[in-house]
Design a protein around this ligand. Structure first.
Ligand code: AMP
Length: 575
């Protein structure tokens, strides 16, 4: 094992990272740091979060900055505001003893004026989300002509979020002679395209195997009827009394509903999704980070910026449509050398996906039965007894009260006192499980086609099911989909609330992150122009005539634009 010194890291940075507790380089650091310092080749690093990748690129980047040249020399692009702030914070930590390094996080949703002022004063490293950076480029307030190193972090996430064109545009502003690093947890085909297009004979580094989940994560699944999913979730949470977990749901609406139900049922839970304001999201995230919240119910997009090392369990409340997302979700546990468990509550129709994920992560799932009531109560009870054993007694504080308490309980035997304490804590739980029906796994063929199941069935369809519009109708693309909580009724309502006159909406095809709907041909251009430049919750809407092959017009595809980088009509709307 080589030391940071042997990798060529300068003493100033060694000192700072030693203070952060970095004793030895992690594998991704051993691979990337010397390569980047030597500036030899472009690098593609396949590394999950939690592998130490920020330091792998952050340390050499700081070391290579010429502080005398007060102009951006490194650009780091990442998908979300939270990640942007986190990377900038980490880089600031590594550069504690390197004088005068200026690092600027640039992201949407915060004052652009103050970012412009800082840029004018001069910075060396910019960490940016794509939308806001493009805004700054368009305002000519940032020059990228001295950038010699460019990092795309969480590249697969950026593409998932529809930033592909923004990345294209940003790269066109960089000098030809620059080295580029791309970090990604997975390697979908779109990333390969980027690497072919923009990278020069890149060296590929894989930390762990390609697409493999973290080694110390166990993968369990529970199969239940769709109607039992929530009850199963409660039992699973009850079965792990010390859980500190994230529950992933598919849509904002489902996320809120599950969080609400858990809260009503007395769990320490809260929700994190895109319908919340930035301030609300920050509040929930900080509550969770500080362990003042046990269960975070989140959408994939909203949880992206959350970086917590000691998550014990990930619960997939249903499997994601895009199975690579499973790797991201489960990579949020089992970090920093700890073990973790990734649990999936699935219904019978999702069984085939388990085999696909097993291939993807190169690991077997363990199939489990939903814990029975008596087993849960026993587990909770022993956990409680364990706590009684281990609790720190603050003698000084309670000393004064103890004599009168002892006097009051004098007539009870020790066994009686114990029984009463336990009953006080557990009567409700025991009663609940005495009355609750056990949850059984559905048998093949017996699954009822209820509403929820058919909804998921539809979600399994390939996303670009190509079709032509009905006669007399035009097919229109919109960049919102099921992930945003859109359903046919809300989409129709949304169209009719905004477009003047009644629009008879024909066929609707909802996909995960975008949708198609049909309107009479003579109304199509009115519909498209109504939505032009409109923002919903800080996200730019893209509404355009679908091409024959059902793909959004070339050069315009943009499923997400989270940071409201551009200008336009702003509108608050819930789908
Ligand atoms: P990342 O993959 O960049 O999100 O890093 C995951 C975690 O590992 C962060 O909390 C880092 O501070 C920590 N870390 C990074 N490098 C090291 C190291 N060499 N030794 C110990 N911890 C590290």
């Amino acid at each position: 094992m080589r030391t940071f010194e042997e990798l060529g890291v300068i003493p100033e940075i060694q000192k700072a990272i030693a203070e952060l507790g970095f004793e030895q380089p992690m594998p991704v650091q051993t691979e990337v740091i010397p390569q980047l310092l030597a500036n030899t080749r472009d690098i593609i690093a396949l590394a999950q979060t939690g592998t130490g990748k920020t330091a792998a690129f952050g340390i050499p980047i700081i070391q290579k900055i010429n502080v005398k040249l007060l102009s951006p020399q490194t650009l780091i692009l990442c998908p979300t505001r939270e990640l942007c702030l986190q990377i900038a914070g980490d880089l600031t930590d590594y550069s504690t003893y390197v004088e005068d390094i200026k690092i600027l996080p640039v992201y949407g949703g915060s004052s652009i004026d103050s970012q412009i002022r800082t840029l004018k004063r001069g910075v060396h490293i910019i960490v940016a989300t794509p939308g806001r950076l493009i805004d700054l480029i368009n305002r000519k307030t940032v020059s990228l002509s001295n950038v010699h190193t460019m990092v795309l972090d969480e590249a697969d996430e950026m593409l998932n979020m529809g930033f592909s064109e923004d990345i294209d545009e940003i790269l066109s502003h960089l000098p030809e002679e620059r080295s580029m690093l791309l970090f990604s947890a997975t390697m979908p085909r779109e990333i390969e395209k980027i690497t072919r297009k923009y990278m020069n004979n890149p060296v590929e580094i894989t930390i762990g195997r390609k697409n493999e989940g973290a080694l110390n994560v166990r993968h369990l699944y529970f199969m239940v009827h769709a109607k039992d999913k929530y009850l199963a979730l409660k039992r699973i949470v009850d079965y792990y009394p010390n859980i500190y977990g994230i529950i992933f749901c598919r849509t904002r609406k489902e996320t809120q509903e599950i969080a609400d139900k858990l809260m009503q049922d007395g769990y320490d839970a809260d929700s994190l999704h895109g319908d919340l304001s930035q301030a609300q999201r920050d509040y929930v995230m900080s509550k969770y980070r500080n362990h003042n919240l046990q269960l975070l119910v989140a959408t994939d997009v909203a949880a992206r910026g959350l970086d917590v090392d000691d998550v014990t369990h990930i619960i997939n409340f249903g499997l994601p449509d895009d199975l690579e997302i499973y790797t991201h979700r489960s990579g949020r546990t089992g970090r920093a050398g700890k073990t973790g468990t990734s649990i999936s509550i699935i219904h019978i129709k999702e069984k085939g996906k388990i085999a696909q994920i097993e291939k993807l992560i190169n690991k077997q799932f363990e199939k489990r039965e939903i814990p029975k009531g008596d087993v849960i109560c026993e587990k909770q009870l022993f956990n409680f007894v364990d706590k009684i054993e281990k609790v720190k007694v603050n003698d000084a504080e309670i000393e004064r009260l103890l004599p009168s308490i002892f006097r009051k309980l004098e007539w009870l035997e020790k066994e009686d006192v114990i029984k009463r304490i336990v009953s006080l804590e557990f009567n409700r739980l025991i009663e609940y499980y005495q009355q609750a029906e056990e949850i059984y796994e559905p048998q093949d063929g017996s699954s009822r086609r209820n509403k929820e199941e058919s909804r998921y069935k539809k979600g399994d369809r390939p996303e670009n099911g190509s079709r032509k519009a009905e006669n007399g109708y035009a097919r229109i693309f919109i960049n919102v989909g099921k992930m945003d909580g859109v359903n046919p009724a809300t989409l129709m309502g949304f169209i009719n609330d905004n477009v003047k006159g009644k629009v008879p909406v024909g066929r609707i095809d909802l996909m995960k992150s975008f949708s198609f709907f049909e309107v009479p041909e003579d109304m199509a251009s009115k519909v498209v122009s109504t939505f032009k430049g409109m923002y919903v919750d800080e996200r730019k809407l893209v509404v355009q005539l679908a091409q024959d092959e059902d793909k959004p017009e070339r050069g315009k595809k943009k499923f997400f634009e989270n940071d409201n980088g551009g200008k336009g009509k702003k509108k608050k709307y819930k789908y």
